[in-house]
Ligand binder design. Structure first.
Ligand code: GLN
Length: 259
């Protein structure tokens, strides 16, 4: 009788153990890993662009958001789209976060939740090398300017008196138009202009004038998702403290110019 009772308990214990082991296995499957859907306009080097060989999305923002995702325990998935489609995609719930060199502006902050700033930037002008008439923002009055649609560069260009502003889907298209002589200047983020010139654009184009508007980039989530932004900010802070942010910065910009 005693033996039968012991045997029964052993069987119960065995069944429970196997059951728990099964559960454990299930939660470890990658299919159940949390996914962070990241929206980006991926023709904006060195922040986000497609690697010619691997076809992967690479750049400063891409490395940083992947590191943030890892820190949070999420699998990062990059969704490429037009810059002017990013905020609507966030509002529609098609993406969880924007990582696209997006400048924190009061106007955008009404529609999205911004992270703490992660990069200091500013606007600058690119003209043809042969152009001696345009040397600053004031000289752009009455001129033809190309900019990327929906950007702070386009907004700034529209403030210039008498200027005709042509908006392009990508910065690359704006540079092509400058080269073709369709516009007199491109107004765009300084690090992206510098990258364009460094990668061969300086054969027939140059940077002129002052750097306008201290701009700061932030990641953005939906206004409804305060909790997610809390986790992103915490992870960003962790990476700034543990030196990971610094490593990514040096990888893409060589040395630290601004803190
Ligand atoms: N920083 C600029 C803006 O927020 C441009 C960003 C971009 O083109 N990816 O408008």
């Amino acid at each position: 009788m005693v033996n039968r009772k012991v045997a029964l308990w052993l069987i119960v214990a065995l069944v429970v153990t196997l059951g728990l082991a099964g559960c454990g296995q299930k939660t470890a499957e990658p299919a159940t890993a949390k996914v962070l859907k990241v929206g980006a306009e991926t023709t904006f080097p060195p922040f986000e662009f497609q690697d010619a060989k691997s076809k992967e999305y690479v750049g400063f923002d891409m490395d940083l958001i992947r590191a943030i995702g890892k820190q949070m325990g999420y699998k990062v998935e990059i969704v490429s789209m037009g810059f002017d489609g990013l905020i609507p995609a966030l509002q529609a719930g098609n993406i969880d976060v924007i990582a696209s060199a997006m400048t924190i502006t009061p106007e955008r902050a009404k529609k999205v939740n911004f992270s703490k700033p992660y990069y200091k930037s500013g606007l600058s002008i690119v003209v043809k090398k042969s152009n001696t008439a345009i040397n600053n923002f004031k000289d752009l009055e009455g001129k033809k300017i190309a900019a990327q649609i929906g950007t702070t560069g386009a907004k700034e260009a529209k403030k210039i008196s008498g200027a005709v502003v042509r908006e392009f889907n990508s910065t690359a298209d704006a540079f092509i138009e400058l080269k073709a002589g369709g516009v007199d200047a491109v107004v765009n983020d300084l690090p992206v202009n510098q990258d364009y010139l460094k990668k061969g654009g300086d054969k027939d184009a140059k940077l002129v004038g002052e750097v306008l508007n201290a701009e700061e980039y932030g990641f953005a989530t939906s206004l409804k998702n305060k909790e997610l932004m809390g986790k992103i900010d915490k992870a960003l802070q962790d990476l700034q403290k543990n030196g990971e942010y610094e490593k990514i910065y040096i990888k893409w910009f060589g040395k630290r110019t601004v803190k």
